[in-house]
Design a protein around this ligand. Structure first.
Ligand code: FPP
Length: 252
């Protein structure tokens, strides 16, 4: 299939292409507050949040960022009012159906991280289709964390590794960081270089607990639906000014 890609937005001149994060993770917080500030139901914030995510994905693609991972629904989010949970499940399904054509045109490879077995069957089918269809694409790797929890991810990795040990396929001394990472949902992507969190909360909320060990954090008071290209640009400027030491000391 050859489709016409949308025109690319050039990388701003004050960003260095060789210092861009390869993988960005984002906690899209503040949808409910955004809606409340406008006297709207919370779901309107989620709806607007999808537009923000679409724009960010396109911008990452245009600017040459290889991977974007978005926290769409946590293992704790089931505790929200049933109406909001139902709305979100239906929203994910509708967005996937509606955006598949565009993801193909824009060369996006989508994947989901989390325990998908608890999601509604109709959503699981839409996920399977989107993942299968976009696997041929070569562009940005877009991961959607859905029914995702960092602790739950680590536990499922431990169980799988213990199983391998029990069956005699693996010796305990062979379990190192590299092996452990291969049992995580994110085994095919590098750890995030940059985590962006909107709405000013200073926590990681059970997101990518293992993978964020050495990521740089950019936290902004902006609510997710208002997070735009100008602010993303600012986040990247801030990232490029950081000195990443990975626990070591700076080279003189
Ligand atoms: C957090 O804001 C946001 C969510 C729990 C849902 C985010 C989901 C989307 C933006 C849709 C993404 C869609 C696809 C298909 C990937 P909040 O409700 O916690 O806001 P609050 O803290 O102001 O209450």
């Amino acid at each position: 299939m050859t489709a016409k890609p949308t025109a690319l937005t050039a990388l701003p001149h004050d960003l260095k292409p060789d210092l861009l994060p390869r993988h960005i993770a984002v906690i899209m917080d503040g949808n409910g507050r955004w809606a409340k500030q406008r006297g709207l139901p919370r779901i309107m914030g989620h709806r607007r949040g999808v537009d923000t995510l679409k724009k960010l994905l396109r911008c990452c693609r245009d600017w040459g960022i290889g991977a974007l991972t978005a926290y769409a629904f946590s293992t704790e989010n089931w505790g929200r009012p049933i109406g909001e949970v139902d709305f979100l499940m239906t929203l994910f399904e509708r967005v996937l159906r509606k955006e598949l054509k565009e993801m193909m045109e824009e060369d996006v490879r989508i994947q989901f991280v989390g325990d998908l077995s608890a999601l509604p069957d109709t959503l699981q089918r839409e996920i399977d289709r989107a993942v299968a269809d976009t696997q041929v694409n070569q562009g940005i790797r877009f991961s959607v964390a859905t029914n995702y929890g960092g602790r739950q991810e680590i536990l499922q990795a431990c169980r799988a590794i213990a199983d391998q040990v029990q069956q005699g396929h693996l010796a305990p001394h062979e379990i190192d960081e590299s092996l452990f990472s291969r049992y995580l949902y994110t085994s095919n992507i590098s750890d995030p270089d940059l985590l962006i969190r909107t709405s000013g909360e200073m926590r990681i909320s059970n997101f990518l607990l293992w993978q964020l060990a050495y990521s740089e954090f950019y936290i902004t008071d902006t609510l997710w639906p208002d997070f735009d290209q100008a602010e993303f640009h600012q986040a990247l400027i801030a990232y490029q000014q950081r000195h990443r030491r990975f626990g070591k000391i700076e080279n003189s």
